[in-house]
Design a protein around this ligand. Structure first.
Ligand code: ADP
Ligand code: MG
Length: 246
């Protein structure tokens, strides 16, 4: 095989994943490949299995059946911190900053876990450049409890970026933001996609999903009911029924 074959391989390969809790099947035989640099929207009604799927990818949960392959490596049995080290980062629904620290200090904590720091000089410089990317450099010395809601979201993203992820997973990072703030965060996410960071975004705000995603996958009761171009998926009858049903 030539190296170009490997370069074209998907970054993430989820294969026949099944996750049950007791007798309840939260994920039922999920298979999906996500390519490098893809902006991938994950939707579905409450309880459809979105967070469970993300947990199986990040390592918080282990599936009973199936595999998760990341950058060509089977990571199904790896603990979360080793997956993080390989480049999987999550941004959580509820921002969880270290409250007594400044914004810059919060980022430095993240950098302590970074995989490859040799390329771009001292950590503080890296942290400042990430804050600049997120439009937060003026807040570097501010305690995190003085930040607004949208600033907290941006800091959460900055913390995720501090580990230099190949794959960034955003689980409802827009909740509680105004529509102009949603657009701001979307612009940031889209610009990360342009740098070949692969992004999986879970989001309830459909306009945000439509604008962000190159591809959308809709789950219902642990199964994939539609996957494809955003407009196609939104127009899908089963998708519309799944949302009407909740
Ligand atoms: P979503 O993120 O799409 O709202 P989840 O993945 O959080 O859905 O949940 C899918 C289903 O699995 C829900 O019915 C939920 O109650 C169940 N579930 C999730 N995590 C657990 C758990 N740790 N134990 C038992 N049931 C769970
Ligand atoms: Mg969820």
């Amino acid at each position: 095989m030539t190296p170009s074959v490997a370069a074209d391989a998907p970054l993430l390969q989820v294969g026949t994943l099944t996750k049950t809790f007791g007798g309840f099947t939260a994920l039922d035989n999920i298979s999906v490949d996500i390519r490098k640099g893809e902006r991938f929207g994950l939707i579905g009604p409450n309880g459809s299995g979105k967070t469970t799927l993300i947990n199986c990818i990040s390592g918080a949960l282990r599936p009973q059946v199936g595999t998760v392959v990341f950058a060509g490596e089977d990571i199904t049995q790896l603990p979360p911190h080793l997956r993080a080290r390989r480049g999987i980062a999550r941004s959580f629904q509820i921002p969880r900053p270290f409250k007594s620290m400044t914004v810059l200090e919060n980022l430095m904590v993240g950098l302590d876990f970074a995989t490859d720091r040799s390329a771009s000089g001292p950590e503080e410089e890296i942290a400042m450049s990430i804050l600049q990317r997120m439009g937060l450099s003026a807040k570097a010395s501010a305690p995190t409890d003085t930040l607004s809601q949208v600033e907290l979201r941006k800091m959460e993203l900055a913390r995720a970026l501090a580990v230099r992820p190949k794959l960034l997973i955003s689980d409802e990072a827009m909740a509680g933001l105004s529509s102009s703030e949603v657009d701001e965060v979307l612009d940031l996410l889209i610009s990360l996609g342009e740098e070949d960071i692969t992004i999986i975004m879970i989001e309830h705000i459909m306009q945000a999903v439509m604008r962000f995603s190159e591809r959308v996958m809709c789950l219902d009761a642990g199964r994939i009911i539609a996957i494809g171009a955003p407009a196609e998926v939104m127009a899908n009858k089963r998708v519309q029924e799944a949302y009407l049903g909740t």
